[in-house]
Write a protein that binds this ligand. Structure first.
Ligand code: SAJ
Length: 408
Protein backbone atom coordinates (compact mmCIF):
# COMPACT_ATOMS: atom_id res chain seq x y z
CA UNK A 1 0.00 0.00 0.00
CA UNK A 2 1.36 3.40 -1.04
CA UNK A 3 2.26 5.61 1.97
CA UNK A 4 1.10 8.95 0.59
CA UNK A 5 -1.67 7.77 -1.73
CA UNK A 6 -3.37 10.76 -3.34
CA UNK A 7 -6.21 11.53 -5.64
CA UNK A 8 -4.75 13.26 -8.69
CA UNK A 9 -6.41 14.99 -11.62
CA UNK A 10 -4.24 15.21 -14.75
CA UNK A 11 -5.41 17.85 -17.23
CA UNK A 12 -4.49 16.88 -20.81
CA UNK A 13 -4.03 13.27 -21.96
CA UNK A 14 -1.42 13.74 -24.69
CA UNK A 15 2.20 12.64 -24.99
CA UNK A 16 3.03 13.85 -21.46
CA UNK A 17 -0.26 13.75 -19.54
CA UNK A 18 -1.24 10.19 -20.47
CA UNK A 19 2.09 8.53 -19.56
CA UNK A 20 2.30 10.57 -16.34
CA UNK A 21 -1.29 9.77 -15.32
CA UNK A 22 -0.80 6.07 -16.07
CA UNK A 23 2.51 5.93 -14.23
CA UNK A 24 0.99 7.54 -11.11
CA UNK A 25 -1.96 5.12 -11.30
CA UNK A 26 0.27 2.05 -11.54
CA UNK A 27 2.10 3.28 -8.43
CA UNK A 28 -1.17 3.22 -6.50
CA UNK A 29 -2.55 6.77 -6.73
CA UNK A 30 -6.16 7.32 -7.73
CA UNK A 31 -5.93 9.21 -11.02
CA UNK A 32 -8.55 10.95 -13.15
CA UNK A 33 -7.24 11.99 -16.57
CA UNK A 34 -9.16 14.86 -18.16
CA UNK A 35 -9.23 15.73 -21.85
CA UNK A 36 -11.56 17.73 -24.09
CA UNK A 37 -11.23 15.04 -26.77
CA UNK A 38 -14.18 12.70 -26.11
CA UNK A 39 -12.85 10.01 -28.46
CA UNK A 40 -9.54 9.94 -26.57
CA UNK A 41 -11.39 9.66 -23.25
CA UNK A 42 -13.43 6.70 -24.56
CA UNK A 43 -10.34 5.00 -25.98
CA UNK A 44 -8.41 5.34 -22.72
CA UNK A 45 -11.31 4.10 -20.61
CA UNK A 46 -11.34 0.96 -22.74
CA UNK A 47 -7.66 0.44 -21.85
CA UNK A 48 -6.35 1.54 -25.26
CA UNK A 49 -4.33 4.53 -26.51
CA UNK A 50 -4.92 7.23 -29.12
CA UNK A 51 -1.25 8.18 -29.67
CA UNK A 52 1.80 6.17 -30.71
CA UNK A 53 4.59 5.69 -28.17
CA UNK A 54 6.49 2.46 -27.45
CA UNK A 55 5.16 0.56 -24.40
CA UNK A 56 2.54 3.21 -23.57
CA UNK A 57 -0.24 0.77 -24.50
CA UNK A 58 0.95 -1.72 -21.86
CA UNK A 59 1.23 0.98 -19.20
CA UNK A 60 -2.24 2.42 -19.92
CA UNK A 61 -3.85 -1.02 -20.03
CA UNK A 62 -2.39 -1.97 -16.68
CA UNK A 63 -3.33 1.43 -15.15
CA UNK A 64 -6.95 1.13 -16.34
CA UNK A 65 -7.21 -2.55 -15.35
CA UNK A 66 -5.93 -1.73 -11.84
CA UNK A 67 -8.97 0.52 -11.40
CA UNK A 68 -6.69 3.46 -10.51
CA UNK A 69 -6.98 5.32 -13.82
CA UNK A 70 -10.10 6.62 -15.46
CA UNK A 71 -10.55 9.34 -18.06
CA UNK A 72 -13.19 12.04 -18.11
CA UNK A 73 -14.05 15.21 -19.98
CA UNK A 74 -14.55 17.18 -16.78
CA UNK A 75 -12.31 17.72 -13.74
CA UNK A 76 -13.36 16.94 -10.18
CA UNK A 77 -12.08 17.45 -6.63
CA UNK A 78 -8.64 16.00 -5.87
CA UNK A 79 -5.52 16.45 -3.71
CA UNK A 80 -3.25 17.32 -6.62
CA UNK A 81 -3.86 18.73 -10.11
CA UNK A 82 -1.27 18.30 -12.87
CA UNK A 83 -1.54 20.49 -15.99
CA UNK A 84 -0.09 18.86 -19.11
CA UNK A 85 -1.72 20.83 -21.91
CA UNK A 86 -0.02 22.28 -25.02
CA UNK A 87 1.79 25.64 -25.05
CA UNK A 88 2.18 26.43 -28.77
CA UNK A 89 3.29 29.74 -30.25
CA UNK A 90 1.43 32.40 -32.15
CA UNK A 91 2.84 34.92 -34.61
CA UNK A 92 4.02 38.17 -33.00
CA UNK A 93 5.48 41.32 -34.52
CA UNK A 94 8.77 41.34 -36.45
CA UNK A 95 8.63 37.57 -37.28
CA UNK A 96 9.02 36.87 -33.56
CA UNK A 97 6.91 33.95 -32.40
CA UNK A 98 5.07 34.55 -29.12
CA UNK A 99 4.08 31.91 -26.58
CA UNK A 100 0.39 31.06 -26.41
CA UNK A 101 -0.52 30.03 -22.86
CA UNK A 102 -4.27 30.09 -23.44
CA UNK A 103 -4.62 26.30 -22.95
CA UNK A 104 -2.81 26.49 -19.60
CA UNK A 105 -4.97 29.42 -18.54
CA UNK A 106 -8.15 27.62 -19.61
CA UNK A 107 -7.15 24.44 -17.77
CA UNK A 108 -6.46 26.46 -14.61
CA UNK A 109 -9.85 28.16 -14.84
CA UNK A 110 -11.55 24.81 -15.32
CA UNK A 111 -10.00 23.28 -12.17
CA UNK A 112 -10.53 26.43 -10.07
CA UNK A 113 -14.07 25.52 -8.91
CA UNK A 114 -12.79 22.17 -7.58
CA UNK A 115 -9.82 23.50 -5.59
CA UNK A 116 -9.74 23.18 -1.81
CA UNK A 117 -7.31 24.63 0.73
CA UNK A 118 -4.05 22.67 0.84
CA UNK A 119 -4.33 21.36 -2.75
CA UNK A 120 -1.23 21.19 -4.94
CA UNK A 121 -1.31 22.41 -8.56
CA UNK A 122 1.61 21.33 -10.77
CA UNK A 123 2.33 22.85 -14.17
CA UNK A 124 4.15 20.30 -16.39
CA UNK A 125 3.67 22.06 -19.74
CA UNK A 126 6.76 23.81 -21.11
CA UNK A 127 5.95 27.43 -20.32
CA UNK A 128 7.25 30.96 -20.74
CA UNK A 129 8.89 32.63 -17.76
CA UNK A 130 6.35 33.78 -15.18
CA UNK A 131 3.56 31.35 -16.16
CA UNK A 132 3.50 29.60 -12.76
CA UNK A 133 3.06 32.98 -11.04
CA UNK A 134 0.36 33.83 -13.58
CA UNK A 135 -1.53 30.67 -12.58
CA UNK A 136 -1.47 31.85 -8.96
CA UNK A 137 -3.11 35.09 -10.13
CA UNK A 138 -5.78 33.22 -12.10
CA UNK A 139 -6.60 31.02 -9.11
CA UNK A 140 -6.81 34.13 -6.91
CA UNK A 141 -9.18 35.78 -9.43
CA UNK A 142 -11.42 32.72 -9.75
CA UNK A 143 -11.33 31.78 -6.08
CA UNK A 144 -10.84 34.86 -3.85
CA UNK A 145 -11.67 32.58 -0.90
CA UNK A 146 -8.37 30.75 -1.55
CA UNK A 147 -6.31 33.89 -2.16
CA UNK A 148 -4.57 34.15 1.20
CA UNK A 149 -0.97 32.96 0.97
CA UNK A 150 -0.14 29.25 0.96
CA UNK A 151 -3.74 27.98 0.77
CA UNK A 152 -3.01 26.52 -2.68
CA UNK A 153 0.45 25.13 -3.37
CA UNK A 154 1.81 25.68 -6.85
CA UNK A 155 4.89 24.30 -8.62
CA UNK A 156 6.35 23.97 -12.10
CA UNK A 157 7.79 20.57 -12.91
CA UNK A 158 8.71 20.67 -16.60
CA UNK A 159 8.59 17.41 -18.52
CA UNK A 160 11.89 16.37 -20.13
CA UNK A 161 11.06 13.03 -21.79
CA UNK A 162 12.20 12.18 -25.29
CA UNK A 163 9.43 11.03 -27.67
CA UNK A 164 10.15 7.40 -28.52
CA UNK A 165 11.62 6.78 -25.02
CA UNK A 166 8.98 8.44 -22.87
CA UNK A 167 8.26 5.59 -20.46
CA UNK A 168 11.92 4.93 -19.63
CA UNK A 169 12.81 8.61 -19.34
CA UNK A 170 9.77 9.35 -17.18
CA UNK A 171 11.24 7.02 -14.56
CA UNK A 172 14.97 7.59 -15.05
CA UNK A 173 15.42 11.29 -15.84
CA UNK A 174 16.36 13.83 -13.19
CA UNK A 175 13.64 16.41 -12.57
CA UNK A 176 13.63 20.09 -11.69
CA UNK A 177 10.82 21.35 -9.51
CA UNK A 178 10.23 25.06 -9.15
CA UNK A 179 7.84 25.96 -6.37
CA UNK A 180 6.25 29.34 -5.81
CA UNK A 181 7.42 28.67 -2.24
CA UNK A 182 9.42 25.99 -0.46
CA UNK A 183 6.43 24.03 0.81
CA UNK A 184 4.99 23.77 -2.73
CA UNK A 185 8.29 22.46 -4.09
CA UNK A 186 8.59 19.94 -1.23
CA UNK A 187 5.06 18.67 -1.78
CA UNK A 188 5.63 18.25 -5.53
CA UNK A 189 8.91 16.44 -4.89
CA UNK A 190 7.20 13.97 -2.56
CA UNK A 191 4.69 13.13 -5.28
CA UNK A 192 7.25 12.71 -8.09
CA UNK A 193 9.37 10.51 -5.85
CA UNK A 194 6.63 7.89 -6.01
CA UNK A 195 7.67 7.05 -9.60
CA UNK A 196 10.85 8.95 -10.46
CA UNK A 197 14.19 7.21 -9.89
CA UNK A 198 16.22 10.22 -11.05
CA UNK A 199 17.43 13.00 -8.76
CA UNK A 200 14.96 15.76 -8.03
CA UNK A 201 16.32 19.30 -7.79
CA UNK A 202 14.37 22.15 -6.24
CA UNK A 203 14.43 25.73 -7.51
CA UNK A 204 12.12 28.72 -7.74
CA UNK A 205 9.42 28.57 -10.42
CA UNK A 206 11.09 31.04 -12.83
CA UNK A 207 14.38 29.14 -12.78
CA UNK A 208 12.56 25.87 -13.45
CA UNK A 209 10.66 27.48 -16.37
CA UNK A 210 13.88 28.86 -17.83
CA UNK A 211 15.78 25.58 -17.31
CA UNK A 212 13.33 23.73 -19.54
CA UNK A 213 13.50 26.39 -22.26
CA UNK A 214 17.28 26.46 -22.07
CA UNK A 215 17.61 22.68 -22.45
CA UNK A 216 15.74 22.72 -25.75
CA UNK A 217 17.49 25.90 -26.91
CA UNK A 218 20.86 24.31 -26.18
CA UNK A 219 19.94 21.49 -28.53
CA UNK A 220 18.53 23.87 -31.14
CA UNK A 221 21.67 26.04 -31.17
CA UNK A 222 23.88 22.96 -31.49
CA UNK A 223 21.78 21.49 -34.30
CA UNK A 224 21.94 24.90 -36.04
CA UNK A 225 25.74 24.72 -35.85
CA UNK A 226 25.64 21.28 -37.52
CA UNK A 227 23.15 22.50 -40.14
CA UNK A 228 25.28 25.54 -40.95
CA UNK A 229 28.34 23.32 -41.25
CA UNK A 230 26.51 21.07 -43.72
CA UNK A 231 25.79 24.06 -45.98
CA UNK A 232 29.36 25.37 -45.72
CA UNK A 233 30.76 21.89 -46.48
CA UNK A 234 28.48 21.53 -49.49
CA UNK A 235 29.94 24.74 -50.90
CA UNK A 236 33.51 23.67 -50.16
CA UNK A 237 33.13 20.08 -51.44
CA UNK A 238 33.76 18.45 -48.03
CA UNK A 239 31.84 15.45 -46.67
CA UNK A 240 30.22 16.93 -43.56
CA UNK A 241 29.56 13.54 -41.93
CA UNK A 242 33.18 12.54 -42.15
CA UNK A 243 34.20 16.00 -40.95
CA UNK A 244 31.96 15.83 -37.86
CA UNK A 245 33.10 12.31 -37.04
CA UNK A 246 36.72 13.42 -37.17
CA UNK A 247 36.20 16.67 -35.23
CA UNK A 248 34.28 14.75 -32.56
CA UNK A 249 37.42 12.72 -31.87
CA UNK A 250 38.57 15.79 -29.93
CA UNK A 251 37.88 15.19 -26.21
CA UNK A 252 35.92 18.44 -25.81
CA UNK A 253 34.06 18.58 -29.14
CA UNK A 254 30.63 16.99 -29.65
CA UNK A 255 28.95 18.31 -32.80
CA UNK A 256 25.38 17.12 -33.41
CA UNK A 257 24.06 15.83 -36.74
CA UNK A 258 22.78 17.99 -39.62
CA UNK A 259 19.37 17.21 -41.07
CA UNK A 260 16.67 18.70 -43.30
CA UNK A 261 15.61 21.06 -40.48
CA UNK A 262 14.36 20.76 -36.92
CA UNK A 263 10.94 19.24 -36.33
CA UNK A 264 8.73 18.17 -33.46
CA UNK A 265 6.71 20.36 -31.17
CA UNK A 266 9.39 21.29 -28.66
CA UNK A 267 12.83 22.24 -29.97
CA UNK A 268 11.47 24.35 -32.82
CA UNK A 269 9.08 26.14 -30.43
CA UNK A 270 10.64 26.66 -26.99
CA UNK A 271 13.59 28.88 -28.01
CA UNK A 272 11.05 31.43 -29.25
CA UNK A 273 9.78 31.75 -25.65
CA UNK A 274 13.24 33.00 -24.64
CA UNK A 275 13.44 35.31 -27.67
CA UNK A 276 10.01 36.74 -26.81
CA UNK A 277 11.10 37.37 -23.21
CA UNK A 278 14.43 39.03 -24.09
CA UNK A 279 14.37 39.97 -27.80
CA UNK A 280 17.40 42.28 -27.69
CA UNK A 281 19.62 39.87 -25.80
CA UNK A 282 18.65 36.49 -27.28
CA UNK A 283 20.58 37.02 -30.51
CA UNK A 284 22.27 33.64 -30.85
CA UNK A 285 19.11 31.74 -29.87
CA UNK A 286 17.08 33.61 -32.48
CA UNK A 287 19.69 33.17 -35.20
CA UNK A 288 19.86 29.42 -34.47
CA UNK A 289 16.09 29.20 -34.92
CA UNK A 290 16.35 31.04 -38.22
CA UNK A 291 19.22 28.82 -39.44
CA UNK A 292 17.23 25.68 -38.61
CA UNK A 293 13.99 27.02 -40.07
CA UNK A 294 15.81 27.91 -43.27
CA UNK A 295 17.33 24.48 -43.81
CA UNK A 296 14.25 22.96 -45.54
CA UNK A 297 14.40 25.75 -48.17
CA UNK A 298 18.04 25.01 -48.81
CA UNK A 299 17.24 21.30 -49.27
CA UNK A 300 14.38 22.17 -51.61
CA UNK A 301 16.66 24.30 -53.77
CA UNK A 302 19.22 21.51 -53.98
CA UNK A 303 16.55 19.07 -55.17
CA UNK A 304 15.32 21.58 -57.75
CA UNK A 305 18.85 22.07 -59.07
CA UNK A 306 19.31 18.29 -59.49
CA UNK A 307 15.83 17.81 -60.95
CA UNK A 308 16.54 20.44 -63.61
CA UNK A 309 18.94 18.00 -65.25
CA UNK A 310 16.11 15.56 -66.02
CA UNK A 311 13.31 15.89 -68.56
CA UNK A 312 10.71 14.11 -66.36
CA UNK A 313 12.41 13.61 -63.01
CA UNK A 314 11.03 11.05 -60.55
CA UNK A 315 11.94 12.06 -57.01
CA UNK A 316 11.82 9.48 -54.23
CA UNK A 317 11.36 11.12 -50.80
CA UNK A 318 12.53 8.73 -48.11
CA UNK A 319 10.85 9.44 -44.76
CA UNK A 320 8.21 11.93 -43.61
CA UNK A 321 8.41 11.74 -39.80
CA UNK A 322 10.17 14.45 -37.77
CA UNK A 323 12.89 12.06 -36.67
CA UNK A 324 14.11 8.48 -37.00
CA UNK A 325 12.02 5.37 -36.30
CA UNK A 326 8.81 7.11 -35.19
CA UNK A 327 5.54 7.84 -37.00
CA UNK A 328 5.09 11.39 -35.69
CA UNK A 329 4.55 13.81 -38.58
CA UNK A 330 3.90 16.95 -36.52
CA UNK A 331 6.05 19.96 -37.52
CA UNK A 332 8.11 17.65 -39.68
CA UNK A 333 10.54 19.32 -42.12
CA UNK A 334 10.54 16.08 -44.14
CA UNK A 335 6.78 16.36 -44.65
CA UNK A 336 7.04 20.09 -45.50
CA UNK A 337 9.76 19.51 -48.08
CA UNK A 338 7.82 16.69 -49.73
CA UNK A 339 4.60 18.75 -49.83
CA UNK A 340 6.48 21.68 -51.33
CA UNK A 341 8.04 19.51 -54.05
CA UNK A 342 4.55 18.30 -54.95
CA UNK A 343 3.01 21.79 -54.81
CA UNK A 344 5.72 23.28 -56.98
CA UNK A 345 5.41 20.42 -59.48
CA UNK A 346 9.09 19.50 -59.26
CA UNK A 347 8.82 16.21 -61.18
CA UNK A 348 6.87 13.17 -60.06
CA UNK A 349 7.20 12.77 -56.31
CA UNK A 350 7.10 9.28 -54.74
CA UNK A 351 7.06 9.47 -50.95
CA UNK A 352 7.85 6.51 -48.70
CA UNK A 353 7.23 6.45 -44.94
CA UNK A 354 7.54 2.89 -43.61
CA UNK A 355 6.19 3.88 -40.15
CA UNK A 356 2.89 5.24 -41.49
CA UNK A 357 0.70 2.39 -42.65
CA UNK A 358 -2.79 3.90 -42.55
CA UNK A 359 -4.75 7.10 -42.06
CA UNK A 360 -2.53 9.31 -44.23
CA UNK A 361 -4.38 11.04 -47.06
CA UNK A 362 -2.31 14.11 -48.00
CA UNK A 363 -0.67 12.39 -50.98
CA UNK A 364 0.01 8.78 -52.06
CA UNK A 365 2.67 6.76 -50.28
CA UNK A 366 4.79 4.10 -52.00
CA UNK A 367 6.70 1.07 -50.82
CA UNK A 368 10.45 1.37 -50.50
CA UNK A 369 10.93 -1.24 -53.24
CA UNK A 370 8.80 0.74 -55.68
CA UNK A 371 10.60 4.00 -54.92
CA UNK A 372 13.99 2.35 -55.32
CA UNK A 373 12.88 0.88 -58.63
CA UNK A 374 11.38 4.01 -60.18
CA UNK A 375 13.08 7.13 -58.76
CA UNK A 376 15.85 9.00 -60.57
CA UNK A 377 16.64 11.13 -57.53
CA UNK A 378 16.60 9.71 -54.00
CA UNK A 379 16.14 12.30 -51.27
CA UNK A 380 16.76 10.95 -47.75
CA UNK A 381 14.79 13.04 -45.26
CA UNK A 382 14.70 10.76 -42.21
CA UNK A 383 17.34 8.32 -40.94
CA UNK A 384 14.93 5.41 -40.44
CA UNK A 385 16.66 2.03 -40.00
CA UNK A 386 15.02 0.71 -43.22
CA UNK A 387 16.93 3.28 -45.29
CA UNK A 388 20.29 2.53 -43.66
CA UNK A 389 19.90 -1.10 -44.68
CA UNK A 390 19.30 -0.49 -48.41
CA UNK A 391 21.63 -2.50 -50.65
CA UNK A 392 24.11 0.06 -52.03
CA UNK A 393 24.02 -1.69 -55.43
CA UNK A 394 20.46 -0.38 -55.85
CA UNK A 395 21.69 3.21 -55.48
CA UNK A 396 24.35 3.09 -58.17
CA UNK A 397 22.40 4.69 -61.01
CA UNK A 398 20.61 7.26 -58.83
CA UNK A 399 21.22 10.88 -57.96
CA UNK A 400 21.47 10.90 -54.16
CA UNK A 401 20.63 13.76 -51.81
CA UNK A 402 21.19 12.45 -48.31
CA UNK A 403 20.19 15.10 -45.74
CA UNK A 404 20.77 12.71 -42.80
CA UNK A 405 24.01 11.01 -43.78
CA UNK A 406 22.54 7.50 -43.78
CA UNK A 407 24.72 6.54 -46.76
CA UNK A 408 27.75 8.51 -45.66
N1 SAJ B 1 17.85 16.66 -34.78
C1 SAJ B 1 18.84 16.92 -35.71
N2 SAJ B 1 20.13 16.63 -35.39
C2 SAJ B 1 20.47 16.08 -34.18
C3 SAJ B 1 19.45 15.83 -33.24
C4 SAJ B 1 18.14 16.13 -33.56
O1 SAJ B 1 18.57 17.42 -36.81
O2 SAJ B 1 21.66 15.84 -33.98
C5 SAJ B 1 16.44 16.98 -35.11
C6 SAJ B 1 15.53 15.76 -35.15
O3 SAJ B 1 15.62 15.10 -36.37
C7 SAJ B 1 14.18 16.40 -34.92
C8 SAJ B 1 14.49 17.55 -33.96
O4 SAJ B 1 15.89 17.78 -34.08
O5 SAJ B 1 13.66 16.92 -36.12
C9 SAJ B 1 14.14 17.29 -32.52
O6 SAJ B 1 14.46 15.96 -32.15
P1 SAJ B 1 15.13 15.60 -30.75
O7 SAJ B 1 15.31 14.13 -30.70
O8 SAJ B 1 16.35 16.40 -30.54
O9 SAJ B 1 14.10 16.12 -29.64
P2 SAJ B 1 12.52 15.96 -29.40
O10 SAJ B 1 11.84 17.16 -29.95
O11 SAJ B 1 12.01 14.62 -29.79
O12 SAJ B 1 12.51 16.05 -27.76
C10 SAJ B 1 13.12 17.17 -27.11
C11 SAJ B 1 14.07 16.65 -26.02
N3 SAJ B 1 14.91 17.73 -25.53
C12 SAJ B 1 16.26 17.63 -25.45
O13 SAJ B 1 16.86 16.65 -25.82
C13 SAJ B 1 17.00 18.78 -24.86
C14 SAJ B 1 13.26 16.04 -24.88
O14 SAJ B 1 14.11 15.67 -23.80
C15 SAJ B 1 12.20 17.04 -24.39
O15 SAJ B 1 11.42 16.49 -23.33
C16 SAJ B 1 11.29 17.35 -25.56
O16 SAJ B 1 12.08 17.98 -26.57
C17 SAJ B 1 10.19 18.26 -25.05
O17 SAJ B 1 9.06 17.76 -24.83
O18 SAJ B 1 10.44 19.45 -24.81
Amino acid sequence: MLKNKQKIVVMGLGYIGLPTASMLATKGHEVVGVDINEEAVKTINSGKIHIVEPDLDILVRSAVNSGNLRASIVPEEADTFILAVPTPFKMGVDHCKMPDISFVEAATRSIAPFLQPGNLVILESTSPIGTTERLAEIIAECRPDLASSSRIHLAHCPERVLPGHIIRELVDNDRIIGGIDKISADKARDLYKTFCNGNIFLADSKTAEMAKLVENSFRDVNIAFANELSIICDRLGINVWELIELANRHPRVNILQPGPGVGGHCIAVDPWFIVAAAPEEARLIRTAREVNDDKPHWVLNRVKAKADRFKDPVIGCLGLAFKANIDDLRESPALDITKELINQGIGRVMACEPNVTHGFDKFPLYSLEQVLREADILLVLVDHDEFKEIDRELLKEKVLIDTRGVWR
